[in-house]
Design a protein around this ligand. Sequence first.
Ligand code: BG6
Length: 489
Amino acid sequence: MAFPKGFLWGGATAANQCEGAWDADGRGPAKTDVTTGGAVDRDRMITYIDKDGNPGEMTQFAKLPEGAKYAVLDGYLYPNHDGIDFYHHYKEDIALFAEMGFKQFRMSISWSRIFPKGTEETPNQAGLDFYRNVFEELRAHDIEPLVTIWHFDTPLYIEQELGGWGNRETIDLFVKFATTVLKEYNGLVTNWLTFNEINNPIAFMDMMWPGSDEEYQSTCVELHNQFLASAKTVKIAHEINPDYKMGCMLSGGTSYPLTPDPDDVLANRYQWEKGTFYCGDVQCKGGYGPYAKRIWDEHSVSLEVTAEDEKILAEGIVDFYTFSYYNSSVVTTHDGVDKDARGNFTAGVKNPYLEYSDWGWSFDPKGLRLYLETVYDRYRIPMMVVENGLGAFDTVEEDGSIHDDYRIDYLRGHIVEMEVAVEHGVDLIGYTTWGCIDLVSAGTGEMRKRYGFIYVDKHDDGTGTMARMKKDSFSWYKKVIESNGADLA
Ligand code: BG6
């Protein structure tokens, strides 16, 4: 049996994609609350009122026009407003997770539920109470919470009025928020992640969005500020409770060279450096890797890294490494190659050896093994796969059953490769599948892109009863957990 005793099987969610109750009990808005639904071929849009009072919309990666304010507008549907209403269904949902035998449940805390604008001196008690209730419910079912402190949801006020992560002031606002929850839930939570997929902005530059020097400049500054916020949080957490385990969380970006042309091989090597090691080295080794200077020079980035910053980064090394893994990508320097592959934040060349989902994501379990073995060899700290899963259309049969054998096949393939990695020496301690209960897609804002073992009756037009139903994968995963990964049939 490859998986160690006590292996943390479970599932993962994020506050903004499942809680709903976006303006309940004092919660302030986040960017996801002004983001519309989209589809695989239609961008999600961010809505605003321009300086002359006219409504406007822009893509998620565009910059807010001068003088404009983010706004919720009539005539648009904002899927994150209701999510799957986990806010009111958490007891029922946790009971279902417990029925599957979850050892661990990954969730995030919405910053603006605790500090609605981010700048308040005292936290919102109703927000604190909500998460306390959720953690107590989990504990009552012997489920360990794994808590992401930031999952793409900076309070809108900080983004709009203070310039978000480009402003060093945001570091202290985050640390205040993080310190509040680290103190508040001492005794209820042990395992924490600071920033979800911290590497996204730089990893997918030039792949998903054009990497102008200006973009690199702002991204490197924003990341540096997040690194500092993360490192300060790790240090404070260990002071609050030496038993706290603090993890980083990166988007798992396995990539391959398209050809053996040395230029392709080098380009792929540099993609790993930019996409994975740039953030991994800072968070796991306590400082930037030697190649960082090459990246900055190539894009004329001027980054202020003070001696004090270096000290903070060195003192804020994480205890374990976590990542999401959905698919892999291909890198080439060659022109004239069809670049129609779309993945989780990636776009690029299709891999002829792999199959692709309805959303254009490759199915590549061996890429997960490669990632685990490569990254473990570099950092030698415990690892967890905290997101993995297949977003797919599900059909509810007349009798209410949902036959999602495609999801079982996807997960089985990845668990098999995790097992091989463990046999090869990787210290893998946990696995939480993404969207263990259906939730709003981050990339497209859709409900019909479903990941769950539990179906939620909620649809892209906002209709639905929010009823929960078990899919075939529910009993399959229960068996996997019961057998500690031995029974994957
Ligand atoms: C990761 C995010 O990028 O991928 C999640 O951490 C997200 O928030 C998940 O939901 C799957 O992506 P999508 O676009 O299918 O929701």
